[in-house]
Design a protein around this ligand. Structure first.
Ligand code: HAM
Length: 421
């Protein structure tokens, strides 16, 4: 039986990886401008970390976690997202000492047992960003602006920033009661999942993806109309700052994130070019999570973007040069050329060149075919005659031009040719 990759899991092949590397290098560059440093976190954690932070009644915790017992019987979960781990690390390593705001980003795979479809995987990759330690709306806007700047540097067009406010602990209980009472009017029309959980967490109904609940959702009261004074002030400052940064956005009162830890500003970036799974990125404020995980009071703001979705959107046509092709391919003909080929390849690589060669010692024709396939810029031909005369042939694969050069001039000639075009 042929073993294949698991459903909803994808390989990233060598011919595609340059796209990922390009996106990640732009992320490093743009995020550094704003003071973000990378953090690397484990991909599995104590299950309680996720159930406590993401929320017991969320889809992720109820239905989507990859949870298993390890050999000592501990319950382990493959991380479905990165924020909980960042907060765990923040508390564990007592990172809350001054300077008061800590800015971190992470890149890596996340795991959710969702129904696979275009743009939705069971193992997917995120770039996440967390700014920890300030309640200021300036942080919200700086982070969202940084994200838009990052997307622009990648050449993304047709993206939409949508924002909402999810209020604070002060207005939520009141709103929850109003919402619950309203939901009760539609109980016979809700999906079984919502019927089960609306008592414990009525806000989840607003995030339900089932069509029948989607229609009802439009009729339900909006949190944005029930904000307390402080949340309303925060939200209007966010909008004022976004306006003054020239960042376009729309307010979407139906935007409720799929994780329970959010309060105040929540946002998503969507693209029309993605199909049904149109969210490239989501995030917002989570001012109480650090405390809930036994750390000191630390207001935070962050986001995570889906790398698979982003890779599918970036216009890479203009960036083909990023695909690292060999500088030179060495064609090796005959036994005597073997050692010299080995030595020259070694020397050129030590000089920093990307060198490819043939390992099967086929005919000139078959080796030239391989050279062509690698899209190398130059080919060096080493046959018995060349070894004997110590005169090698260098071919410029772009122009077809060939020159003869002596053994000692070889790297000078290669340099000249590589730098001439
Ligand atoms: P999230 O909205 O669950 O937020 O995920 C963020 C992004 O990850 C989504 O917008 C989407 O692009 C991508 N994504 C999610 N699930 C899948 C999937 N099954 N297949 C492919 N891509 C997917 C979070 O994860 C929060 N931790 C974000 C955050 C950070 N909030 C504050 N800080």
């Amino acid at each position: 039986m042929k073993i294949q990759s698991i459903r909803g899991v994808k390989d990233i092949l060598p011919d595609e990886i340059w796209k990922w590397q390009h996106i990640e290098s732009i992320a490093h560059k743009v995020y550094a401008r704003y003071g973000f440093k990378e953090i690397r976190l484990p991909i599995f954690e104590d299950t309680r970390l996720f159930s406590r932070s993401i929320g017991e009644t969320t889809d992720i915790v109820e239905k989507e976690m990859y949870t298993f017992q390890d050999r000592s019987g501990d319950s382990i979960t493959l991380r479905p997202e990165g924020t909980a781990s960042v907060v765990r690390a923040y508390v564990e390593h007592k990172m809350h000492t001054p300077p008061s705001i800590l800015k971190m980003f992470y890149v890596g795979p996340m795991f959710r047992y969702e129904r696979p479809q275009a743009g939705r995987l069971r193992q997917f990759n995120q770039i996440g960003v967390e700014a920890m330690g300030s309640p200021s709306p300036i942080v919200d806007v700086e982070v969202m602006t940084m994200l838009i700047e990052f997307f622009k540097e990648l050449g993304l067009t047709n993206i939409k920033l949508q924002i909402n406010s999810l209020g604070s602990q002060d207005c939520r209980p009141h709103y929850r009661n109003i919402l619950k009472a309203e939901i009760e009017k539609y109980l016979d029309k809700l999906c079984p999942n919502c019927t089960n959980r609306y008592q414990r967490n009525p806000l989840r109904v607003l995030d339900c993806k089932v069509e029948q609940c989607g229609k009802i959702k439009q009729e339900l009261p909006k949190l944005i109309d029930h904000l307390d004074l402080a949340s309303a002030k925060h939200f209007s400052e966010v909008q004022f700052l976004l306006d003054s940064a020239g960042t376009s956005y729309s307010v979407n009162p139906n935007l409720v994130r799929g994780l329970d830890y959010y309060n105040s500003t929540a946002f998503e970036v969507t693209s029309e070019n993605l199909g049904a799974q149109n969210a490239i990125c989501g995030g917002g404020r989570y001012d109480t999570l650090v405390e809930e995980l036994d750390g000191p009071s630390t207001p935070c703001f962050g986001f995570a973007l889906g790398l698979e979705r982003l890779v599918s959107l970036v216009p890479f046509e203009n960036q083909k040069l990023l695909l690292k092709k060999p500088d030179i391919f060495i064609v090796c003909l005959g036994d005597k050329a073997k050692v010299v080929t080995f030595q020259i390849a070694h020397e050129l690589r030590l000089k920093g060149l990307r060198v490819e060669r043939d390992y099967e010692f086929g005919s000139m024709k078959s080796q030239m075919r391989k050279a062509n396939k690698t899209q190398c810029r130059l080919t060096l031909i080493l046959g018995e005659n060349e070894i004997h005369s110590k005169k090698y042939v260098l071919k410029n694969m772009e122009t077809g031009e060939q020159i003869e050069c002596s053994a000692q001039d070889i790297s000078i000639e290669i340099d000249k040719l590589l730098n001439s075009s």
